[in-house]
Design a binder for this molecule. Structure first.
Ligand code: HXC
Ligand code: NAP
Length: 268
């Protein structure tokens, strides 16, 4: 069967869509003729992302919101839908992370990551709920390997991303009845991203070691994740819902653990 991935006349909204993996996802949809809205906190980031995305599609909108702010998330969705109508694809990918030993982590440091990643994902899904196209909408949450593989110096992100995994499964049960599919992508180490820089590239030796441990012997690319997002949002994935899908080169989740721990020891 031919795989057609045109998103012409579809509205794609990407929270955290102004840099890194999420911007790559937004760009992939823009290249498939979608109308795309990107949302994040910083005006300069939103403006830069909108300018970049307009090279691929004329139907691009940017909005500012901190995903921790339920009302601001709602306003961003109202402005997006005023531009391009109901949402066909919703991506929730805003995240915060840093390496820190739990014994030294402040309560506010822990709460900050839970609030951005987990509460933020709930806020995004909850505020978008009334605007998701029925039937047919696809929600994609961005999780991480830490959700299932315990890693030192990642207590906050591990707890937050594990919560996102279960939120994905729980809402797939509830909203599936309305024809809405909800899935999550769990990227492995993706080169050229902020998360990679913060966690895995503290030293060249650590980076080399991490690469050697990936079964496919390379780091992932932003395009690897964007391709999976295109597939998951397409009709070809029409019976996939409630799934948390790793995109990590084959067990990279487990194998980057030593490198991540080494970085933690250096930086904690
Ligand atoms: C220890 C830290 C810290 C650090 C912040 N805190 N940075 N603690 N080490 N490096 C603590 C602060 O001391 C404070 O607690 C609390 O966290 C909140 O800090 P703020 O700076 O006020 O928070 P805020 O301005 O809201 O910024 C949030 C942030 C920031 C997460 C700290 O870094 C950010 O905005 N990040 C977004 C981009 C990002 O992180 N991208 C990477 C995603 S990668 P106190 O007690 O002092 O008040 C990812 C997974 C990758 O998610 C997986 C790869 C395998
Ligand atoms: P990134 O470049 O730091 O992107 C984070 C995005 O979220 C930015 O657009 C940022 O823009 C926005 N953002 C941050 N905090 C926000 C908030 N409170 N409210 C609204 N927007 C906020 O990160 P990345 O490395 O590409 O990671 C993207 C996603 O992939 C994250 O969910 C991450 O956990 C996941 N992931 C990444 C890797 C990796 O190797 N990089 C691996 C596994 C999982 P503003 O600063 O303008 O708000």
């Amino acid at each position: 069967m031919e795989i057609a991935l045109s998103f012409k006349d579809r509205h794609v909204v990407v929270f955290g869509g102004t840099s890194g993996i999420n911007l790559g996802i937004a760009q992939a949809f823009a290249r498939q003729d979608a109308a795309v809205t990107v949302v994040s906190r910083k005006e300069a980031n939103v403006a830069a992302a909108v300018a970049l995305l307009r090279e691929s599609s004329t139907r691009i909108h940017g909005a500012m919101a901190d995903v921790r702010d339920f009302e601001a998330v709602g306003q961003a969705i109202v402005s997006a839908c005023a531009q391009f109508g109901p949402i066909d694809v919703l991506v929730s990918g805003a995240a915060g992370n840093f390496l820190q030993a739990a014994s030294r982590m402040s309560p506010n440091g822990f709460k900050t990551v839970i609030d951005i990643d987990l509460v933020g994902t709930f806020n995004v899904m909850r505020q978008a709920y009334g605007q998701l196209r029925r039937p047919g909408a696809s929600v994609i949450n961005i999780t991480a390997p830490q959700a299932v593989v315990a890693m030192r110096y990642q207590a906050h992100a591990s707890a937050a991303k594990a919560g996102i995994d279960q939120l994905t499964r729980a809402l797939a049960l509830e909203w599936g009845e309305e024809g809405i599919r909800i899935n999550a992508i769990s990227p492995g180490p993706i080169e050229g991203t902020e998360g990679f820089r913060r966690l895995l590239a503290a030293t060249p030796a650590q980076e080399t070691s991490a690469r050697e441990h990936v079964p496919l012997k390379r780091f992932g690319t932003i395009e690897d994740i964007a391709n999976l997002a295109l597939f998951l949002a397409s009709e070809h994935a029409g019976y996939i819902s409630g799934a948390v899908i790793p995109c990590d080169g084959g067990g990279a989740t487990e194998s980057v653990k030593p490198a991540l721990e080494a970085a933690g020891r250096l930086l904690a």
